[in-house]
Design a protein around this ligand. Structure first.
Ligand SMILES: Nc1nc2c(ncn2[C@@H]2O[C@H](COP(=O)(O)OP(=O)(O)OP(=O)(O)O)[C@@H](O)[C@H]2O)c(=O)[nH]1
Ligand SMILES: [Mg+2]
Length: 401
């Protein structure tokens, strides 16, 4: 995937507190020795990966972050308080780069992982430290050192939480337009969308998820029909797939047959993906009478042996989309929490991701082999399938927050 979300911030650690110059002054003790304490260390700046964040959006407005400085030392050998460390939460998957040296400081790959990006200044020494047999009244102290300062570039690959699966013209791009700021092209003909689009759906402040509009899939896609199956790969990285069905296709095709065809393509593409949570979203309900919608719904449920959730929406007028998005948000948060509480669930999710990606790779490789054989037989020069490399193809993502 080529798309990255990024932000530039400046982090500054706290200064160390200065050492204190002081002598004991008490009644009846004329010449007390030195009693100036050390300063406190400055606070450091850490970045910490947090699975509850999924975009850099929070770092677009505030860009300077400073940890607290250490306090100066005091008399009576009082050590100054250390400055508090500053911990900035980052989405899991963030790469941290020093903008000035271009050095990669680290990757935050696991929840809770911390990376020190600016070391706090060291404390200065009080005059007590300089006492010796030859100098009993030292007037020497040191100042605390400056905290480190860095300009950081934060980069993160955007992964979608939810993927849209459906025939061309089902209304996938219309839905993403209705619920996010993304504006992919919408038109009443198949294959309007040729590359995936991502949009951030904001439910409330600090509650958002990323939705991917994946180009349409048709029957026979796994054999290379239409745009083929390569874009289905993106669904293997999402947590939830919405299977979108047009209940009143303008070409008068049967919605039940198309829904089944898509389910079969997914099954063929990746059996693991086919087993995962998928919600059925019936779109364009505004075009039918409610009784007809209910009829189509029953037929699809029967044909697919469907047991999962079913939603009825009209993406064009955002009818029913708010409830759908709220349910998605809750679903995502609940699965994140469950994984946090039960590490074995997180492990299972990871294994499934790997299995899906492996299956996807194999299918795509098969298809490529088939295409190559075909091209050899027919000298099909305009077929660019061969040029496409699984790992570095150059899809331009449109991404709108
Ligand atoms: N009446 C009605 N039309 C809709 C609705 N949703 C989408 N449409 C129309 O259906 C057509 C196709 O919509 P798109 O959003 O481009 O469909 P898509 O699934 O993205 O199609 P591809 O990009 O070709 O895969 C457009 O003319 C939309 O205006 C809806 O809820 N009701
Ligand atoms: Mg589209």
């Amino acid at each position: 995937m080529k798309f990255v979300d990024e932000a530039s911030i400046t982090v500054e650690a706290g200064r160390g507190g200065n050492g204190c110059l002081s002598f004991r002054r008490e009644k009846f003790i004329a010449k007390g020795g030195p009693d100036g304490g050390d300063g406190g260390d400055g606070g450091s700046v850490f970045l910490e990966a947090d699975i509850n964040l999924n975009t850099m959006v929070d770092y677009r407005f505030t860009r300077r972050f400073r940890a607290e400085s250490g306090k100066s030392g005091g008399s009576k050998q009082c050590t100054g308080a250390s400055g508090d460390d500053l911990i900035l939460k980052m989405p899991v998957g963030t790469t941290v780069i020093d903008e000035d040296t271009r050095e990669i400081l680290g990757d935050l790959t696991e929840h809770g992982q911390r990376l020190l990006v600016a070391q706090g200044g060291f404390h200065g020494l009080g005059n007590t430290r300089f006492k010796s047999s030859t100098n009993r009244t030292p007037r020497q102290t040191t100042t605390g050192s400056e905290g480190e300062k860095r300009n950081l570039k934060l980069e993160m690959k955007v992964l979608a939480d939810v993927g849209l699966l459906g025939m061309p013209n089902a209304g996938k791009s219309t839905l993403i337009r209705a619920v996010s700021a993304a504006t992919p092209k919408v038109a009443n003909y198949p294959f309007t969308t040729l590359v995936p689009n991502l949009g951030v759906v904001s439910i409330q402040k600090y509650r958002s998820f990323v939705m991917a509009d994946v180009p349409g899939v048709i029957e026979g896609a796994s054999g290379g029909a239409g745009l083929g199956i390569r874009f289905l790969r993106h669904l293997t990285r999402t947590r939830l797939v919405l299977h979108m069905v047009d209940v009143a296709p303008f070409d008068l095709s049967d919605p039940v047959a198309t829904a089944t065809a898509i389910a079969n393509e997914i099954e063929y593409f990746s059996p693991t993906l086919a087993q995962r949570d998928r919600w059925l979203v019936l779109n364009k309900t505004d075009l039918l009478e409610p009784e007809s919608v209910a009829e189509v719904r029953e037929k699809i449920i029967d044909a697919l042996g469907w047991e999962g959730p079913v939603y009825e929406i009209a993406a064009i007028s955002a009818l029913g989309t708010q409830r759908l998005c709220e349910d998605i948000m809750n679903y995502i948060e609940e699965s994140r929490e469950a994984e946090e509480e039960h590490p074995e669930l997180a492990k299972l999710e990871h294994q499934q991701q790997l299995a899906m990606q492996q299956e996807a790779r194999e299918q795509i490789e098969n298809l490529r082999r088939m295409k190559r054989a075909e091209a050899r037989g027919e000298f099909n020069d305009d077929d660019d399938f061969d040029d496409w490399d699984d790992d570095d193809y150059d899809v331009e993502f449109e991404y709108v927050r």
